[in-house]
Ligand binder design. Sequence first.
Ligand SMILES: *[C@@H]1O[C@H](CO)[C@@H](O)[C@H](O)[C@H]1NC(C)=O
Ligand SMILES: *[C@@H]1O[C@H](CO)[C@@H](O)[C@H](O)[C@H]1NC(C)=O
Ligand SMILES: *[C@@H]1O[C@H](CO)[C@@H](O)[C@H](O)[C@H]1NC(C)=O
Length: 629
Amino acid sequence: MPQDQWPITSNRIKIMKASDLRRALLLLLLLCGVLMVYFFSQQTSRLTIPHLSGIESSIDSAALKTDVRWSWLCTKNHCEKIPLATGTPMQSLSTCNMLCGDSPQIWPIPSGPSKIGTEALAFRVNQLQLETTVKESALAYLEQSFAAFNDNVVSYMKKRDSALTQIRSDIDSFLVKISVVQANIIRLRMNTDESYNLTVNLYGKNLLASINAYTVFGARHGLETLSQLIWWDELDTSGTLRIVTNAIVHDKPLLPYRGIMLDTSRNFISIPAIKKVINGMAANKLNVFHWHVSDSQSFPLEIPSVPQMHLYGAYQTDMVYTAQEVAELVEYSRLKGVRIVIEIDIPAHAGNGWTWGPQEGLGELAVCVNAQPWFMYCGEPPCGQLNPENQQVYEVLERIYRDIIKMTGEDELFHIGGDEVNLDCWEQHLLKNLTSTNYTDLHNLWGEFTLKILHKLERANGGRKPPYTIAWSSNLNMGASDWSETRELISDGYKVILSHVNAWYLDCGFGRWRERGEAACDPYRPWQTVYLHQPWAYDPLYKSHTVGAEACLWSEQLDELSLDARLWPRAAAFAERVWSDPKINPDTYGIAEDVYTRLSVHRDRMMSRDLGVEALWPRWCTQNPGMCL
Ligand SMILES: *[C@@H]1O[C@H](CO)[C@@H](O)[C@H](O)[C@H]1NC(C)=O
Ligand SMILES: *[C@@H]1O[C@H](CO)[C@@H](O)[C@H](O)[C@H]1NC(C)=O
Ligand SMILES: *[C@@H]1O[C@H](CO)[C@@H](O)[C@H](O)[C@H]1NC(C)=O
C-alpha cells in the first residue's frame, strides 16, 4: 500500500476498552415580607436592593412558603449563594458567573490572550446591527451568520415579548462590525484560517463589537463567541439581556479538522435531528460532520445513479436521505462553519443495500450477507462484505463516489471506510470459487481491493485524488490493537485523525445488546475522560502528524430519542480539547473548578438553543459554584 495513497487514517479499535437557627428563621420571615412588598409594588418600580427597615410588622407566617430570593456575590473568584438581607446587593447567578473569576465564560475557551471586563450593561435585541464592507457571497454568508447569532441571542430571552418592547436599555446602539481579509473564501478547507479577534468597547452610550478575521469562517466563530458574552439576567422585573462592556479575545483552533462522527446505519436519525447536531457543533466550534451513513445493517442514502442502494438498503421507505436533502444539509452546515464528509464503509460493513446484484444481472456484489452464525464472519450481526472478485462492485462504487462528491461538493476530504475486514468471510467465499486466484495471504486481496477503489475514487473526482483520503486504521495499515498504534501509523508516514476508542467513543457503556460477544466497548466515557485525553502531549511526533480528531457516536443503541444527551456535553468537552487544548496539570491530572463552572454555564446556553444536554451534576452544584469538586 503506497503511503501517498492514504495520507490520513483514524483509529477505530473496538476491542480494548445556618449557626443560629432563630436568626436564620427571622431572616427568612423578613425576606418574605420583602417579597410581599415587592409583589405589591412591582407594577410601578423595579426592585434593586431591598431595604428591610420598617417592614418587620408585615411578616405573615403563610408567606414562609413563598419564594425565597437569593443573590450571588463574587467572593474569591467564585459566586457565593446568599439569602437576600439588609444591604445585600441583588445579583443573579448568571450575571455573577459572567463577571466573576479569571476565565471568560466562553466554550471552548479562547486559545489566545483574552480579557473580559467585569461590568455589564443591559440592551435590547432589536438594537443589534451588523456593519461590514464585505461583498457578495461572503456578504451573504455573514448576513446569515448574523441572523443565526441573532436567533441565539433571542433564544436566551426567557420573557420574549416584554423584553423586546421593554424600555430598559443602558445604551443607544449595539453595532457589530465585521471585517474579513479573504472574502473570496466561502468554502471550508483544511488550510482555511478560522482565527478571529474580537473586541467589545463602549463609546459613550454606543456599544461596538468588532470582529476581525481572515475568512468568513473565522468571523462566524467570532459571532459565536460574542453570543457567549451575552446572557439573560432574570433578576430585573421583566428580565433583560446583558453584555459585558469590555472584551478582547484572540482565538484560533489547534486542529484544522475537529469532527463528530455519527452512525446513521444501525439506527436511522432524521435530518432535523442531524441539523440539531450541526447546531451543537457550531456552538462548540467543531467543523467536520463525519457521516457514517451506511453499514451492513442498512443503506439509507439515495444514490441517484444507483437507486437500488436505498431501495434495497433502507429500513423503511421514510428512512431515506434523499440526494436533495443531503445537498440542503450541506449548505445548512456550511453556514454553521461545518463541512460534511460522507463515509460509505467498505469493503466490510457492507451488506444490506448490496443484495440486488443477482436480480439485475451483476452477480453477487456482497458476500456473507446476513450469514449465520454471524460471529464466524463479522464483528456484529448482520454480516456482509463486498465481493472483491466481482468487477461490477468497483463500477458501482465509482458511481456512488461520483454522486457523493456531487451531493456534498466535497473534493478535498473523502472517507473510504476500510475497517474490520473479516478475512474468514472472504475465504469461505473464495473456497466456493474453484477458479479464483490462490491468495497465500488474504491481506493482499484486501490491498488490491483498496488500490482499485482508490483508482475509482480518483476517476469519480474528475481524475484527481482527493488530497485527503481518509480510512480507518485496520490490520491493513497497522499491527497492534491499542491506541498506542497511532505511533506506528505516524512512523509509517501517515497523517492522522485521532478518534481513540478509550476516550472519544461516546457510544460506549450501555451494556450488551446481544447475547454473544463482549459488550463492545464498556465502560461509559465520562466528560472528564473525554476532556483529559491529550494524545499529542506524550510524543512530539504526534503534534506534527495529527491533522484532526473526532468524537465518534455509533448507533447500535442509539436513535434520535437519546441523541442529544449522548452527544452533549461530552462532545463539548472534546471540542475544547481540540480547539484550545488547555493545559492539564500533570501532578493532579484533575480538572479545575472554572472548567466545571464554565461547562455548566455552557450547558444552560446550549439548552436555551434547544439542545438536550445531559445534566452534569445536581443543580445544587450549579447554584453553589466551586462547592462540588
Ligand atoms: C488578530 O490579532 C493578532 C495579534 O495581535 C494578529 O497577529 C492577527 O493578525 C489579528 N488577526 C486579524 C484577522 O486581524
Ligand atoms: C471466481 O474467480 C474468478 C477469478 O478471480 C473471477 O473472475 C470470477 O468472477 C469469480 N466468480 C465469482 C462467482 O465470484
Ligand atoms: C489453488 O491451490 C490449490 C491447492 O494448492 C490448487 O489445487 C489449485 O489448482 C490452485 N488454483 C489456482 C487457480 O491456482
